[in-house]
Design a protein around this ligand. Structure first.
Ligand code: SMG
Ligand code: MG
Length: 374
């Protein structure tokens, strides 16, 4: 099977409601979609980069040229590599994990279609449905936060995560505990704190939270270890875990007791599975993070979190939590028991609506072996 063409599309889609974190507020989802054509099949992937380098260092305007100039050309007109071989082949390109992951996901989709198996099965998934939660952004008042969380719990979501930042942490967490009792509740700081915020952490430590996600800087494993040693609540690392080596270091230094795995952040599904396997051997629970993906990126995440050590609810909500209209039809829906069903048809197992992809695309390019030569 030979790769005939690879297309890129930059997508812009309005969220149903703005999403605010400690680093900013977004009302529009952007990303780069990758479509790989090989012998009559097509595979899709999503690089869930943002407009600005606030979550990590990548943006739409870095992912695009890295794909165009460095990741795509070696593939054109050549036999389809296994996704793992692609991951190996691009280790010489430093970082740019989301750009790599978008292309690798499309290759996984193709590989699974070729073998006529669902992607989940190809990755080693064992679950038919996964438990999911909602990541709730910062709101202007605690009353508004409470109302939104009430709505999500009524819909059946199993776990609530709230974004925190200095000044929006202990009070909202306390309110949710008081109002909703013993729900599964966790907080995510996106690196907004330092060790000097110990009083805040001590106060949060009293709320029986499932975990505290990425409280400190992403390159600061040492201070996370110091903080973890002083808290009962498990710390969970997100931004810090950029590859398996980082996971090894964090676990060895006891910088966290839980890991958030995002295939896009770690450079692809192969790296994500490796981190899953490492954590499993060390009895460290993992869960699947999200980057507010379209249904295309979410399908890859869904396949991933069907693996056995994804034991905590995923940041993977139904399509209608994010968008008026998703790029896939049918959309992702929440089952009554707070789970999402893992697709059983070959590849990603979702139906992409080409007309919607075109409608939300603000930039498109197509690369073929001939265009690479010319
Ligand atoms: O549901 O995909 C989702 C959102 C999950 O909160 C979420 N992601 O740090 O975990 C995180 C954030 C990163 C995205 S902020 C725009
Ligand atoms: Mg996070």
């Amino acid at each position: 099977m030979t790769i005939d063409a690879i297309e890129l599309r930059e997508i812009e889609m309005k969220y149903r409601a703005p999403f605010e974190t400690s680093f900013g507020r977004d009302d529009t989802k952007v990303c780069v979609l990758v479509r790989v054509q090989a012998d009559g099949l097509e595979g899709w992937g999503e690089a869930p980069v943002m407009r600005a380098p606030l979550y990590n260092e990548e943006t739409t305007d870095t992912a695009w040229p890295i794909l165009e100039h460095f990741l795509i050309p070696p593939l054109l007109g050549r036999p389809l590599p296994t996704p793992q071989a692609f991951a190996q082949q691009v280790t010489h390109v430093r970082r740019h994990h989301m750009a790599k992951a978008g292309l690798e996901a499309a290759l996984w989709d193709l590989a699974a279609q070729q073998q006529r198996v669902p992607l989940a099965k190809l990755l080693g998934g064992t679950r038919t449905a996964v438990q999911v939660g909602v990541s709730q952004g910062i709101e202007s008042t605690i009353d508004e936060l409470e109302a939104r969380v009430e709505g999500y719990l009524a819909q059946g979501y199993r776990r609530i995560k709230i974004k925190i930042k200095p000044g929006w942490d202990v009070a909202p967490a306390r309110r949710l505990r008081e109002r909703f009792g013993d729900i599964l509740l966790q907080v995510d700081a996106n690196s907004a704190y330092t060790l000097s915020d110990m009083p805040t952490f001590k106060a949060l430590d009293d709320f029986n939270l499932l975990l505290i996600e990425q409280p400190l800087q992403e390159d600061d494993i040492l201070d996370h270890a110091r903080l973890q040693s002083r808290l009962r609540t498990p710390l969970c690392l997100d931004e810090s875990i950029v590859h398996e080596r980082a996971a090894r270091a964090a676990l060895e230094l006891q910088a966290c007791r839980v890991i958030n795995i995002k295939q896009a952040r770690v450079g692809g599904l192969a790296a994500a599975v490796a981190i899953h396997d490492l954590c499993r051997t060390q009895s460290i629970p993992v869960w699947c993070g999200g980057m507010l993906e379209t249904g295309i990126g979410r399908a890859a995440n869904l396949a991933l979190c069907s693996l056995p050590n994804f034991t905590l609810p995923a940041d993977l909500s139904a399509s209608d939590r994010y968008f008026q209209e998703d790029l896939i039809d049918p959309p992702v829906v929440l089952n009554g028991d707070g789970t999402v069903t893992v697709p059983t048809t070959p590849g990603l197992g979702v139906t992409i609506v080409p007309e919607r992809v075109e409608r939300y695309a603000v930039r498109t390019a197509r690369f073929t072996a001939a265009s690479a030569r010319g």
